[in-house]
Design a protein around this ligand. Structure first.
Ligand SMILES: NC(=O)C1=CN([C@@H]2O[C@H](COP(=O)(O)OP(=O)(O)OC[C@H]3O[C@@H](n4cnc5c(N)ncnc54)[C@H](OP(=O)(O)O)[C@@H]3O)[C@@H](O)[C@H]2O)C=CC1
Ligand SMILES: Nc1nc(O)c(N)c(N[C@@H]2O[C@H](COP(=O)(O)O)[C@@H](O)[C@H]2O)n1
Length: 623
């Protein structure tokens, strides 16, 4: 008998977070990494914020991240760019503000510091085909290179100031006038020759919602009144107006005291990078305009040509000697190159061995199901212990099994543990494989959502705990904490967790032992867009879920067996014992379709739990 029949999730809205709720659907982000012996397709649905009503669009209402947008662009054969898209070559913190890899090798540094995949991302941000959600860092990196397209119309901020909504229209929607027509000119000043453009040429409009907390995001989507495509291409706007990313390159160079014509010549020497940054129609006048202010403030400076160039009457700026391109890098240049491309020290290299054996046990995110795919995955000793004693973290997985676990994490939307595990281990519960978001990948791709079962709210939410530090560093997501109605959650704690991008979910369904009903937990996660959950522990959670009451919810089990006995004091994983109707003891549970695979010093046991047909009446066919 159940003591309450309704489940509710209190997804308390953060900071007047007008643009978002957690009821978003799920968008899979797929990346492919080619290893020596095979292609893996690690994937993790990103549990992203849903758009508010205003942002809903016929094609899709769920924002995708940049990597997802590039994948979609590629699947449409729509890249229109020579730059190869590689997930691992996406924007990572290591890239921002650092010297691009090829630049460090040149004695004469490039004037460009283009972020990865710039041309393709400019196109994504021009076309706005799908709503996208990107990190603030990505927005601030790429937006200056596309701001020539968009003209701000108005701006709204939430009361608390955490959420700002800016409305933009395509530049060609706005009419332009001669300066003299709109305001009187100062005496003696000639009117600027400004082309008059009729407004309304293109009715494309977008909304940019910035949510700023510890986990800051920016969502960009078309507004309902907007047309679906621009009436012109991106080149057209690039010809009309230069973007500020490009102009910043010119400004930085001009304040070094170089001649505008020399700067222009240097730009033209790297046509690919110039084109990527939107500078196909860049002129020497653009450089003169951007350097004018500095020249007025520094009239004593004699402008010079770059080293190895000189001004020759009748020829303009010409090269006079080798600039050292392709010369061997100095040790200092090599050192800066190495440090600029370094990944976080806890990055795990992607497995170079086959993990094909796991595939039958992995979630299929294209299935439409009422409940998420549930995988139990933990490491056990020979005597079925998962730690030496309660509250003590015990390493049982060797390096290969650890990589496998992180691969499994990348394939699930959420990682669930009991509060006992969080108090004992202070875990990160993120995916640290190279190529995952924060480890060389974009945004938080492949990063699962940690979920903690904590009915009484015992977990002390603290900025120093690993899950929150991980979220701040962009290496994972902040957790959702599942609590019971009786849990006393201090409003400051609530706001703090929300500020990191986490939340509290309240479940009000109990079983006969006054424990939270797993069915309600899984339903709540499904309603939040979670399609797959990997349950890592600890002993209490795993043992409970292996009982007949719950096995119809469990799809797969992947156990890492370690060659050790931890002894009787250890934390056990064992379901309740079972008897047949005559009272004869029976095995409590026998997984099906079992496979054993040696991995280093461990053996991995994979099996299926849920019987075929059970709960399938609730599973709708995939579209
Ligand atoms: N080797 C491995 O792979 C792993 C090992 N571990 C180890 O396991 C140990 C922790 O295990 P354990 O102590 O059993 O803790 P758990 O992580 O299983 O958490 C148990 C707690 O979670 C809450 N809980 C779980 N299920 C429910 C439910 N249905 N309804 C209400 N509350 C629920 C209860 O909290 P409350 O008490 O507040 O009611 C319960 O005490 C640690 O030593 C850890 O290192 C953990 C994960 C993996
Ligand atoms: N697969 C596995 N092998 C072991 O030997 C373990 N001790 C665990 N523990 C689980 O992993 C969590 C730690 O995660 P982070 O590395 O901190 O991300 C721990 O809390 C257990 O759930 N797992």
């Amino acid at each position: 008998m159940d003591h309450a029949s309704t489940a509710s999730v209190s997804s308390l809205e953060a900071c007047g977070n007008e643009g978002f709720s957690h009821n978003g659907g799920l968008m899979q982000v797929k990346g492919a990494l080619v290893t020596d012996d095979q292609t893996f397709q690690p994937q993790c649905g990103t549990q992203e914020h849903a758009m508010d009503q205003d942002l809903q669009q016929p094609e899709t209402t769920t924002p995708i991240n940049l990597s997802g947008a590039l994948d979609k662009q590629a699947s449409r054969g729509d890249e229109n760019d020579s730059t190869q898209h590689s997930v691992a070559a996406g924007l990572s913190p290591a890239h921002i503000g650092n010297v691009p890899a090829d630049q460090g090798l040149k004695a004469t540094p490039s004037l460009f510091n283009n972020p990865p995949n710039l041309a393709r991302i400019r196109k994504v941000l021009f076309e706005c085909k799908d709503p996208i959600e990107i990190s603030l860092e990505e927005f601030e990196t790429y937006w200056p290179f596309i701001d020539n397209v968009w003209v701000k119309q108005r701006s709204n901020a939430s009361k608390e100031g955490h959420c700002t909504t800016d409305y933009y229209m395509c530049r060609l929607r706005r009419p332009t006038h001669r300066t003299s027509e709109t305001r009187p000119l100062p005496e003696g000043k000639r009117p600027r020759k400004k082309r008059v453009r009729e407004g309304g040429i293109c009715n494309f409009q977008i909304k940019v919602v910035r949510f700023e907390g510890a986990y800051s995001t920016v969502t960009i989507a078309r507004t309902p009144g907007s047309c679906n495509v621009h009436s012109h291409d991106l080149d057209y706007i690039d010809r009309v107006k230069r973007n500020s990313g490009l102009m910043e390159y010119a400004r930085k160079e001009s304040i070094k005291g170089y001649l505008p014509s020399s700067i222009y010549t240097k730009f033209q020497e790297e046509p690919e990078k110039l084109g990527e940054a939107g500078g196909r129609f860049f002129t020497v006048t653009d450089v003169r305009n951007i350097s004018a202010k500095w020249r007025i403030q520094n009239p004593e400076v004699d402008l010079v040509a770059h080293e190895g160039y000189e001004y020759q009457k009748g020829h303009g700026i010409v090269k006079t000697k080798s600039t050292g391109v392709n010369e061997a890098p100095s040790p200092k240049q090599l050192a800066s190159l190495t440090s600029s491309s370094s990944l976080p020290s806890d990055t795990l290299s992607f497995p170079r061995f086959s993990l094909d054996f796991l595939h039958p046990y992995l979630p299929d995110h294209s299935e439409r199901r009422e409940f998420p795919h549930v995988t139990l995955s933990y490491a056990s000793s020979m005597d079925s212990k998962i730690s030496l004693q309660p509250g003590m973290q015990t390493v049982l997985s060797g390096p290969e099994a650890k990589l496998m676990t992180h691969y499994l994490r990348s394939r699930h939307d959420a990682i669930l543990v009991g509060v006992g595990t969080v108090l004992a281990d202070n875990p990160g519960l993120n995916c640290r494989l190279e190529g995952a978001g924060g480890f060389g990948g974009l945004g938080r791709m492949w990063q699962p959502r940690p979920v903690i079962i904590d009915p009484m709210g015992r977990w002390p939410v603290h900025p120093e705990c690993r899950m929150l530090r991980t979220a701040v560093e962009g290496k994972g997501k902040a957790p959702w904490v599942v609590v019971s109605p009786g849990a006393q959650i201090n409003p400051q704690t609530l706001m703090m967790l929300k500020g990191y991008g986490g939340d509290f979910l309240r479940i009000v369904e109990y079983n006969q032992h006054w424990r939270l009903r797993w069915e309600a937990v899984f339903r709540a996660l499904a309603s939040e867009g979670i399609k797959s959950v990997m349950i890592e522990g600890g002993g209490t959670v795993l043992s409970e879920l292996l009982n007949p009451e719950y096995t119809s919810f469990i799809d797969s089990i992947v156990v890492t067996v370690a060659p050790t006995y931890l002894g009787r004091g250890g934390v056990n994983v064992s379901p309740d014992s079972k008897q047949d109707p005559e009272g004869t003891p029976n095995a409590a549970l026998n997984p099906r379709d079992v496979k054993w695979m040696p991995l280093g010093q461990n053996v991995i046991m994979c099996g299926k739990i849920r019987s075929p047909g059970v709960r399938e009446e609730t599973i709708q066919p995939s579209h």
